[in-house]
Ligand binder design. Structure first.
Ligand code: PEP
Ligand code: MN
Length: 363
């Protein structure tokens, strides 16, 4: 059963300078050496980044790949705090990681996509963090399952973790796409709508998997009104021990951020507010009409269901549905509605009708 989350707003965490959006977390995929950590942190600090990331324990697909430097790397993060006054964060995937982070004064932790997908690990981490003041950012699970993502947030929140946020890094897919992970923005938008109070980051680095994709994905995150970005930055990306293709040097990150158009959340402009209100009320009226039409359609569909039952006719008439759908797609074009939009809307309507007729058949 989904419950509201009891959280502390990001403005009270004392981490980010909210006067210049977006909120930015940056740093290497992995902490590799003291020199690499310090050089990268200096480059980022020099242009105003306040929150530094570096993976200490790395979840790698194949054993034998670089799996992170482990606990010794936490000392380098302490040095970043001390020398540059930055907040530092890393990924935790089990209770040992949590205890080590607490011991070494890590300021914030994030949960990786593979861990969010695992309720046992989430519970273990939530228990280790119990009533902790440490903010926790939860990446989406590798598979596009919104409930799994929400469940992870709930486990942490029930353990008393109130400084909570989320990171959208896209989903694994078998489809051939130009990104490392499928953006699936609609799932992010759905989570955003359900929990508007949670600080929401996009991770264009793991979503895109390449330097070339960073700009477009970061801009998309801003256009959707997300709060921040977590971007991988390395002082020498070509030599990175993990995710070399997606990391950028600090100066490139600076240029990326400067090139972004950050949309405002709202405005005091009277004309804009009046117009938007009027347009929204027209949308509300149309939405009511759509509901009314859907309700009438379902009534007729129920009658058809009863009729089919009486005459012992199969519910799905594939040929008829193909004809209806093709005709709607054709007509939709005249209204400027794309084929994919029409087919998803009408397939959803059809699925609901079939389910209702099935229910009638079983009565
Ligand atoms: C990371 O941020 O370094 C990482 C491993 O990300 P993800 O969990 O999104 O794959
Ligand atoms: Mn990485």
């Amino acid at each position: 059963m989904e419950r509201p989350l009891d959280t502390i707003p990001v403005s009270e965490w004392g981490f980010f300078d909210e006067s210049i959006p977006p909120l930015v977390i940056a740093g290497p995929c992995s902490a590799e050496s003291e020199l690499q950590v310090m050089m990268t942190a200096r480059g980022l600090h020099d242009f105003g980044i306040h929150v530094f990331r570096a993976g200490i324990w790395k979840p790698r697909t194949h054993p034998g790949s670089f799996e992170g430097v482990g606990t010794p790397g936490l000392k380098w993060l302490q040095k970043v705090k001390k020398e540059y006054g930055m907040k530092v964060c890393t990924e935790v995937a089990n209770e040992k990681h949590v205890y080590e982070c607490v011991k070494y004064g890590v300021d914030m932790v994030w949960i990786g996509a593979r861990t969010t997908a695992n309720p046992f690990m989430m519970q273990e981490i939530a228990d280790a963090l119990r009533d902790s003041e440490i903010p926790v950012l939860v990446k989406n699970p590798v598979n596009p399952d919104l409930d799994l993502w929400i469940g992870a947030l709930e486990r942490l929140n029930r353990a008393g973790v109130k400084k909570l946020g989320v990171i959208h890094r896209g989903f694994s897919t078998v489809q051939k796409i130009p990104y490392r992970n499928h953006p699936g923005w609609q799932i992010a938008v759905e989570l955003r709508t359900r929990y508007p109070q949670l600080p929401f980051f996009a991770d264009p680095s793991h979503m895109g998997g390449s330097r070339a994709a960073l700009k477009e994905l970061s801009q998309r995150a801003m256009d959707l009104g997300l709060d921040g970005l977590m971007v991988e930055s390395h002082c020498d990306p070509g030599c990175a021990l993990s995710d070399a293709a997606q990391q950028i040097v600090p100066s490139e990150l600076k240029a990326l951020l400067e090139g972004l158009t950050v949309r405002q959340k709202g405005t005091n402009d009277k004309e804009y507010n009046e117009n938007i209100e009027q347009l929204r009320s027209r949308i509300d009226v149309i939405d009511e009409d759509i509901l009314l039409s859907l309700g009438s359609r379902m009534d007729i569909s129920r009658k058809i269901g009863q009729f089919k039952k009486l005459h012992n006719i199969a519910i799905v008439q594939a040929q008829r549905w193909d004809e209806v759908l093709s005709s709607m797609i054709e007509k939709g074009k005249d209204y400027g509605l794309s084929e994919s939009f029409i087919s998803s809307v009408f397939n959803a309507i059809h699925d609901a009708s079939v389910a209702e007729q099935n229910r009638i058949l079983e009565e």
